[in-house]
Design a binder for this molecule. Sequence first.
Ligand code: ADE
Ligand code: ZN
Length: 369
Amino acid sequence: MIETFIRDIPKTELHIHIEGSLEPDLMFEIAERNKLVFPFNSIKEVRSAYQFTDLKSFLDVYYEGAGVLVQERDFYDMTRAYLKRAHAQNVRHTEIFFDPQTHTNRGISFETVITGIHRALVDAQRHLGISSKLIMCFLRHLSTDSAIETLKQALPFKEWIVGVGLDSCEVGYPPEKFTRVFDKALEEGFLTVAHAGEEGPAEYVRQALEKLRVSRIDHGVRCVADTQLVKKLVAEQVPLTVCPLSNVRLHIFDSIKKHNLKHMLELGLCVTVNSDDPAYFGGYITENFLAVQEALNLNHDDIYRLVKNSFEATFLDKQRKQYLITELDTFISGYNQRGMERHKGDTFTHSMHQTLNKESCDRGSLGSV
Ligand code: ADE
Ligand code: ZN
């Protein structure tokens, strides 16, 4: 069953806003212990407020939700909860965004935010074996001076942050506006990524590549409007961290069946699947995979390609990356072996296996690998 395959395959997640993983029950618990007056009376009420018309309407609710986070332990608990869920879905490695300005603008210190998140990451590595990297995002609706000030605040914690990103409202806030702060970040040794081509035009994807010198594009689904840009993204195999359920909930696509993920794969783009803000959009990484598989009729090869792209696109060192890719390929071999034993032909023919003899492929199942 392809559903079991999706659930079991080792995964990595490259596009998750930690504040977007705050589930209503934990939000309530944290609000209560911080003695905050909260605009909702029940978890049900919170969930029913999660009806969005576009990115802005979501962000208004999302920033309000993040307002319950005050103490170091709040950031710890939120991060720990996400890591536990990710681990349960066989996520081996995750690269997590956080939005410091959402908190520092409310008087919470940068140190409080990052120490809580970092402590949870260290504990999860130790107890769950899940590795992680942290990416600090600048809010693009705020000024470049605010972004520069945030970068300064981050420098004492440089060892804990692998890169910087750009998120929040996209249209009207082009990447090039942030060239100065991204130049400084690159000088300091940070890698760069940026949300682009989510609600904004393909031109923003081009700017992110050329002006912000990003290693990955977050979302990027609108790149397909520009053929020359697609050519460049394919030639350079720039990873695109696509978030299908988010795109539907924010009306980037009318339905999951209309999502262009399969088309992007067919164009040869380096697409990955991610959850964005799972507590708000109805699913973590596995639910995202299940939704696109069913709606777009993806096969085992497609799922494997998406997962492998993610592992290749991580900011991990060579050794851990290779370790995880080997684990992935061992999983595939075991899956095929079990499929053969069941004689159900529930196997697939990705490139790793294409050297196998034609006869076994014609039978619809693969020889042992
Ligand atoms: N912040 C959290 N989720 C976001 C999204 N999907 N786009 C831009 N900024 C975000
Ligand atoms: Zn995002």
